[in-house]
Write a protein that binds this ligand. Structure first.
Ligand SMILES: *Cc1c(COP(=O)(O)O)cnc(C)c1O
Length: 397
């Protein structure tokens, strides 16, 4: 790598991609890679999906940006469609996941304030959570490695050390505004939250008049084989943050809420210069066109099952490396017996792109449009990479 003028915040792989098509990426020197990272669960419809390309080009020819000083028809359309497909009645558009979570936290606090309980501003979160990298969302995530060196942790967040309903009960007090969690912890290591735990949280929130806030930035928009992961548990949240998949690669996010809860967000309480801009709305609507097509989500669920079963076979063949297969739909994780970095690098040599996560997990989040060909390629790459690592391990012993 040459000397760089960029912040050194990322340990980037030495790869430059020039174009993408479906689940495949090509470098400048014409090497092809199968993309099972999908820009960290973002490219939900793969690369250069014709419907998305067309929507973006059409909009680019007409109008890019006007700000929220004016009505943006694409916002109304996308918000109505999101509300029709979910628990929500109201939507605020953002440019990223962290901003969607920030809006969710503000909405929860404002709801309590509006109800005459301004002292209720604390959000309970869970160990292993990830909610973004702004000052508030690193406080929400509660992870020391992200908080270190950035001054005092923003107040109003309490991270609970276990997914334990008794502990949650004990932790709710007169300052609690809501509970925030991911239905499947993504960065934390594809840790699925039991549906029974989500149900218990829902009941607890109802009993204590605090809000259930879901962060579906990674799990949302079809990733788990349902439009949103909360559907699996048969509950609905009061507020939900989404991003990643809804833009299919265009930076955007949204905060969804029930009418009652969003009521406090009156003119002047929140804003974003870019949020919901015409380009983003064109792409978001185009993503929904495809994801809401009949059979699309069923297909994601089916493909996810096939991939997960194949991975279970891989676990049986490589028990010296793989402990467990985790996740749902096309958000899957291989819990390894070591940190995932070496396997990620080895897989890259085999032409497969993956991404690590916490808890020694190798994360697979391919485009939702993959088929058997891609599954076969990925498995063969995994087998070859694990064989190489096994041989290297034998040599060193
Ligand atoms: C990626 C992610 C975020 C942050 O999204 P950004 O767009 O990077 O700000 C928040 N929550 C979850 C669950 C995520 O996976």
């Amino acid at each position: 790598m040459t000397q760089s003028s960029l912040y050194a915040t990322y340990a980037r792989a030495n790869l430059e991609f020039e174009k993408g098509e479906g689940a495949w990426l090509t470098t400048r020197d014409e090497r092809r890679f199968l993309d099972f990272a999908a820009g960290i669960a973002v490219n939900s419809l793969g690369h250069a999906h014709p419907h998305l390309v067309e929507a973006l080009k059409d909009q680019a020819d007409k109008l890019w940006h006007v700000s929220n000083l004016y009505d943006i028809p694409g916002q109304h359309k996308l918000a109505e469609r999101l509300c029709a497909a979910t628990f929500a009645d109201k939507v605020f558009f953002t440019n990223s996941g962290a901003e969607a979570v920030e809006c969710a936290v503000k909405t929860a606090r404002r709801y309590q304030y509006d109800k005459g309980a301004p002292e209720r501003f604390t959000i309970l979160t869970f160990e292993g959570a990830f909610h973004g990298r702004t000052l508030a969302t690193i406080a929400a995530g509660g992870q020391a490695k992200y908080l270190e060196g950035f001054g005092p942790k923003a107040p109003g967040f309490e991270s609970l050390p276990a997914l334990d309903i008794e502990l949650v009960k004990q932790s709710i007090n007169e300052t609690t505004a809501g509970i925030l969690l991911e239905p499947i912890q993504g960065e934390g290591g594809i840790r699925e939250i039991e549906p029974s735990f989500l149900k218990a949280l829902r009941n607890l929130c109802d009993e204590t008049d605090i809000l259930l806030i879901l962060d579906e930035v990674q799990t949302g928009v079809g990733r788990t084989g349902r439009l949103f992961a909360y559907e699996e548990a048969g509950i609905t949240p009061d507020i939900m943050a989404i991003a990643k998949g809804i833009g299919g690669g265009f930076p955007m996010g949204a905060c969804l809420a029930t009418e009652e809860v969003a009521d406090g967000m009156v003119p002047g309480t929140h804003g974003s210069t870019y949020g919901g801009n015409p380009l983003a709305m064109a792409v978001g609507n185009a993503v929904l066109d495809v994801v809401l097509e009949e059979g699309f989500l069923d297909n994601v669920a089916k493909t996810g099952l096939v991939l997960k079963q194949s991975l279970a076979g891989l676990k049986d063949a490589y028990p010296d490396f793989i402990e467990e297969i985790r996740g749902r739909g096309l958000l899957l994780g291989l819990k390894l017996k070591m940190p995932p970095a070496d396997l990620v690098a080895e897989l890259r040599k085999e032409g497969l792109l993956t991404v690590g996560a916490g808890d020694n997990v190798l994360r697979l989040a391919p485009p939702l449009t993959i088929g058997q060909e891609e599954i076969d390629f990925a498995l063969q790459a995994l087998e070859r990479a694990l064989d190489t690592m096994r041989a290297a391990k034998a040599d060193s012993q």
